[in-house]
Ligand binder design. Structure first.
Ligand code: CO8
Length: 258
């Protein structure tokens, strides 16, 4: 399928989606978000792909929702079209792991887009922020809810109330990103990391992702119960037998995703 605002590639078993609206610093217009949703759905349905990288340019992952597109919308416009829910959650419902590889600006909806992914690898020039308050609105795609879970209330509150931008080092210290890599290595490192995941057992990867996500949605007791049940369930897979047998036989496992 031909896309206008994104580039789509595959590297063996890894799908890569690159936001590509350079003149607007990858501002997330409705069509761009729709295209990302469509590409993700295709990758989710493609058995060859086991993990996905979502990235932008060296200057901007995404500088936010498209302010020019939003500026004149009325309350009734955004309410009736369910503005922002529409299309965005595909990232959060995708079962295959999605790594956000962030260089440059990840602001507003851009930061929210990255936080919807499973984890964030940051280039050393990455900048994260929720500056919506400076343009008379608030985060609308999870910023007030996900950011505190990543970085704690104090830092999230300061960022949301002042629009202060955090650099990559602060983001790593705060737990927003899993690690920082040099800008020129970001894409390769993200693909390498995704390939490592894609080579593992698909059902076990799905189970692990689902289980970690439970930690954000439920109580500790319920989460632990869920983990115990799904841990037990891994013993019903062929890949658990293969993985443990391979360890005992001192060889690499050959997972068949069953
Ligand atoms: N929307 C639309 N256009 C943008 C955006 C944006 N978010 N960000 C940058 N652009 C455009 C600029 O207008 C400019 O276009 P033009 O050349 O036609 O004037 C071009 O990109 C380059 O930008 P700058 O000249 O400003 O580049 P600088 O390097 O000087 O500055 C900044 C870079 C600091 C990133 C600056 O562009 C900026 O502050 N951008 C806006 C950041 C922002 O406020 N983001 C939050 C947006 S609101 C939001 O995300 C709400 C989310 C709600 C849920 C999601 C709903 C879809």
């Amino acid at each position: 399928m031909a896309y206008e605002h994104i580039l789509v590639e595959t590297h063996d078993n890894v799908g890569v989606i690159t936001l590509n609206r350079p003149k607007a610093l990858n501002a997330l217009c409705t069509d761009l978000v729709r295209e990302v949703g469509s590409a993700l759905n295709d990758m989710e349905a493609n058995n060859e792909i086991g993990a996905i990288v979502l990235t932008g340019s060296e200057k901007a992952f995404a500088a936010g929702a498209d302010i020019k597109e939003m500026a004149d919308k009325s309350y009734m416009d955004v309410y009736l079209e369910d503005f922002i829910t529409n299309g965005w959650e595909v990232i959060t419902t995708c079962r295959k792991p999605i790594i956000a590889a962030v260089a440059g600006y990840a602001l507003g909806g851009g930061c929210e887009f990255a936080m919807m992914c499973d984890f964030i690898l940051a280039a050393d020039n990455a900048k994260f922020g929720q500056p919506e308050i400076t343009i008379g609105t608030i985060p609308g795609a999870g910023g007030t809810q996900r950011l505190p879970r990543y970085v704690g209330k104090s830092k999230a509150m300061e960022m949301v109330l002042t629009g202060r931008i955090m650099d990559a080092e602060e983001a790593e210290r705060a737990g927003l990103v899993s690690r920082i890599v040099p800008l020129e290595e970001l894409k390769d490192e993200a693909i390498k990391t995704a390939a490592k995941i894609a080579d593992l057992s698909r059902p076990i990867v799905f189970t692990a992702k689902e289980s970690v996500n439970r930690a954000y949605e439920t109580t500790l007791a319920e989460g632990l119960r869920f983990e115990r049940r799904t841990f037990h369930a891994t013993f019903a897979t062929e890949d658990q037998k293969e993985g443990m047998q391979a360890f005992a036989e001192k060889r690499s496992p050959k997972f068949n995703h069953r």
